[in-house]
Design a protein around this ligand. Structure first.
Ligand code: GLN
Length: 460
């Protein structure tokens, strides 16, 4: 279901009818566990205000879902954790406010890996989300719920956050479009922080045009997020002709599922048929990007998560006698295992004895990766490769082995570390009918151009 189809439906019926239909679909599909809560009362009230003409805008009456790490009214903001299980947001995220200012209606909050730590939504404290194409498989993550509600046509779009692939990978696993924009494109104000140097806000939609539409509303400078870029995002109607693409060879090795490689190669042929050039390129630092990511990201998140101490807000453990016990027990009970693993790794790599050996080295290696990207972008308009090495894996398949889980992030973390835009677009299916995603990666602020290219490819 696209946004324009939804708008047509609202015109033909009413905002209330469309919002009620989304809520009915959400309830009917509750076995996917894509949503942690519905914001039904507030949504219906807003729908009535659209129908009475009190609320207007480009998205008047269009229902959407936010990942439950966005502060939004109508239900608690849990970050899929016990720590924030009962946390009611005192304000709304800038991205949510901007969409609401155009009349969009949030109907619910999507499941995720607790605090967005994960790639399958199995780290949710409230149970995993199931894949839209096969309920025995993972939704991907951490924005698994957002991808599944979009794929199941419960809503035409959903919001997610992407720190190392959390929008792109679940989008690819569920056959929908996901964007990780250039770092700083969309305000992060009001979104639960994970790793501040790579966190970005983006959308999941069923086609590229809708991504462009949602991004054009959300993007822009926000004085409440000092990392936002001056306004630059503008939808490009025309596609730049004869572009030069680099197919990242390092992402097409024998370790990657054959069907995934096939679909990427088909996309490459389509690009060529459209008059573009595609050449194989090397990104040698890709090999180190997981190591870099899993040092820098835990370091940053261990600092960001220090605020959950049982004192100021969120969960507070009971039956403790000392302050140290209060911190310890609260954090032990409020976080899931993966949160604790990352806090420990982060604290370790930042500790005075190991800072130089790990954190500093990782930052240096990150710069080398960025240099490699910049060198490629001197000769290529954009890069292409798979979004993930496999299609959606079985629920439980990787939960016992964190390293195996992390390996799935190999193709998404490089763009995150470099702060550059990357989108995942559906590129067909593997032989068991599971969706495959192709990833397009461009230089800083090339988001609109990447999207225009991806849109033109949908029509082929
Ligand atoms: N899977 C990655 C991780 O576990 C990405 C998470 C994210 O982007 N929030 O860190």
């Amino acid at each position: 279901m696209t946004i324009s189809e939804t708008i047509a439906q609202i015109k033909a019926t009413s905002a209330r009818a469309v919002v009620e239909n989304s809520i009915r679909l959400a309830n009917e599909n509750s076995d996917y566990h894509a949503l942690l809560s519905l914001t039904e009362d507030r949504a219906l009230q807003r729908a009535d205000e659209v129908d009475s003409g009190k609320i207007t805008g480009k998205l008047a009456g269009v229902p959407f879902v936010v990942k439950d790490n966005f502060l939004a009214f109508g239900a608690p903001t849990t970050a899929a954790s016990k720590m924030l299980e009962h946390f009611d947001a005192p304000l709304q995220a800038t991205s949510v406010e901007k969409l609401e200012a155009e009349g969009a209606i949030c109907i619910g909050k999507a499941n995720l890996d607790a605090f967005a730590h994960g790639g399958s939504t199995e780290n949710s404290a409230f149970g995993p989300t199931k894949n839209a194409f096969d309920k025995s498989r993972v939704a991907g993550g951490s924005s698994g719920g957002s991808a599944v509600v979009t794929a199941l046509n419960i809503v035409p779009f959903a919001l997610g956050s992407d720190t190392g692939g959390s929008i792109r990978q679940p989008a690819s696993y569920n056959g929908v479009v996901g964007i990780k924009p250039t770092y700083g494109t969309v305000s992060r104000f009001g979104v639960v922080a994970m790793a501040s140097s790579t966190d970005v806000i983006g959308s999941i939609t069923s086609n590229v045009e809708d991504t462009e539409f949602v991004m054009s509303i959300m993007a822009g400078k926000d004085n409440r997020d000092m990392t936002t870029l001056p306004d630059y995002f503008e939808v490009q109607n025309d596609v730049k002709p004869n572009q030069k693409f680099g197919l990242i060879k390092d992402f097409m090795s024998d370790d990657v599922e054959p069907d995934v490689r096939k679909r990427v190669n088909e996309y490459v042929e389509k690009l060529r048929a459209n008059g573009h050039t595609v050449e194989e390129v090397e990104l040698p630092m890709a090999e180190y990007s997981l190591a870099i990511y899993y040092i820098i990201v835990p370091a940053e998140l261990s600092s960001n998560l220090a605020r959950y101490d049982g004192i100021r807000y969120g969960y507070r453990a009971e039956g403790v006698k000392t302050l140290a016990e209060l911190y310890g027990k609260t954090r032990d009970e409020g976080f899931v295992t993966e949160n604790k693993r990352r806090i420990m790794i982060g604290s370790y790599v930042l500790s005075s004895g190991f800072f130089d050996a790990y954190y500093l080295q990782a930052q240096k290696a990150r710069t080398l990766l960025i240099n490699e990207f910049n060198k490629l972008f001197a000769s290529y308009d954009a890069l292409i490769g798979p979004t993930a090495p496999t299609t959606a894996f079985k629920l439980g398949e990787n939960t016992a082995d964190p390293i195996k889980m992390y390996l799935n992030d190999i193709m998404t973390v490089p763009a995150s570390l470099a702060g550059i835009p990357a989108i995942s677009v559906p590129a067909g299916f593997d032989e068991s009918g599971l969706p495959v995603g192709v990833q397009l990666i461009g230089p800083m602020r090339s988001d609109a151009s990447l999207l225009a290219t991806a849109r033109s490819m949908e029509e082929v």
